[in-house]
Design a protein. Structure first.
Length: 415
């Protein structure tokens, strides 16, 4: 639905500015990964498992939660860059300040350190959620579709070896070399510096001439206005259902590692490093192969690729549950590789489709609605864990595969 426009004269400049922001920011998040580093840090401070889970879940949900509300003032403003730069700088400085906060409080006041960390981190992520809405619109308005795909794809290719180095060498070395909590403080300092480097790159973006701000109804009529967007745009409504089914089906995939550890009884030292490398290799493979194909066949192809990867790694997981060792481990390893490839399509396929499809003046609203569906999808690991109380692993993986096939059927008519 986006009206094509001639390439701006600053296309190359914007490409590199946004490319290096994606690279630096993505690498920074890999160092303070919400599924590994943050739960490990919180686990040193409390034995309450719900707090450990809250820290990881809040990292995602608090990033997604404010986006639909932020879309309203962003859509009414003429420019997006100020929304990206100044709140973005504040959020990234907050992440960097976590290092100083940890050193200042030290190890002798665990409760104070725990709650100071959680509150600071949550505030930073909420601010980042506001920034993400404006950043997505800035990406859409500053680059042509082909350049957008290359930013999102090739930045992941470049991130691959750096993330591997961080996950397998830097993080283990820092955690073993220094005592708690100063080891984690160093990780947050490194991550914060990388985020600030990305922000310095963002300064170089030259925004297109100011657009006319969108006229929106009063706040009390805002929910009805959002529903009308979905009603008047059936392809977008279909996309939201596809994305929700995709995320729900994906919730079962976090149990591949659990199955290997608890059912196959493999030692964590043997598989965790291997699975990390396979995830990274899968992402790099998908980014290299899909980016030129998406340039030719557009983001719909990226969505189909994501659903294909998801179907294949669920099939491998199902086969693994009926296979003896070492074939079960081989199948789970291949499933993990495909899972890495599927994760690459989150940005190349689903995110890129929304950016391309949305009208220029309504793009923040479309982004907010799409991420609302993603926020509900973040509950899928919790749902999968609950279902495992009543289902076997093969049954859970088969149910997820059925949901994926439903999403495939609906996605056939996406433009």
């Amino acid at each position: 639905m986006t009206t094509p426009h001639s390439p701006p004269s600053n296309e190359k400049r914007n490409f590199y500015a946004l490319f290096f922001d994606v690279f630096f920011f993505g690498t920074a998040l890999s160092i303070i990964d919400p599924s590994t580093t943050i739960p490990a840090f919180v686990g040193h401070l409390t034995q309450e498992t719900w707090l450990i889970g809250l820290a990881s879940a809040a990292f995602y949900t608090l990033w997604l939660a404010p986006q639909l509300l932020a879309a309203r003032p962003i859509s009414r403003s003429q420019t997006r860059k100020p929304w990206v730069l100044w709140p973005g700088l504040l959020a990234r400085l907050l992440f960097f300040s976590l290092a100083a906060l940890i050193v200042w409080i030290g190890p002798n006041h665990p409760q104070l350190l725990l709650w100071s960390f959680l509150i600071t981190c949550m505030i930073a992520r909420m601010i980042e959620g506001v920034v993400a809405t404006a950043w997505s619109d800035l990406l859409g308005s500053s680059l042509q579709a082909r350049s957008r795909s290359r930013v999102l794809g090739y930045a992941q290719v470049l991130q691959g070896p750096f993330i591997a180095i961080a996950a397998l060498t830097i993080v283990p070395f820092v955690l073993s070399r220094y005592t708690f909590p100063y080891n984690f403080a160093l990780l947050f300092a490194i991550s914060g510096l990388l985020m600030i480097a990305g922000w310095l790159s963002l300064i170089q973006v030259q925004e297109r001439p100011p657009q006319h701000p969108l006229q929106l109804p009063p706040l009390k009529e805002y929910p009805r206005y959002l529903l009308q967007i979905i009603q008047k745009d059936p392809p977008f409504g279909r996309f939201l259902v596809v994305r929700l089914l995709f995320d729900i089906a994906n919730g079962a995939s976090i149990f591949y590692t659990v199955y290997a550890l608890k059912v196959l009884r493999l030692p964590s030292s043997d598989i965790l490093g291997q699975f990390v490398l396979l995830l990274i290799a899968g992402r790099v493979f998908a980014a290299l192969t899909l980016t030129p194909l998406i340039e030719r066949w557009r983001q719909r192809f990226g969505i189909w690729a994501g659903l294909t990867f998801l179907s294949l790694h669920l099939l491998c997981a199902i086969a693994a549950t009926f296979s003896p060792m070492p074939y079960a481990l081989t199948l789970l390893s291949f499933a993990t590789f495909l899972r890495g490839s599927e994760r690459c399509t989150w940005s190349l396929g689903f995110f890129g489709w929304v950016i391309d499809h949305a009208p220029d003046n309504q793009r923040p609203l479309y982004i907010g609605l799409a991420n609302l569906a993603t926020a509900f999808g973040q509950l899928s690991p919790l749902l999968a864990g609950f279902l495992l109380l009543f289902l076997s692993y093969p049954s859970l993986f088969a149910l997820s595969l059925a949901l994926t096939l439903c999403a495939f059927f609906l996605s056939r008519r996406l433009p």
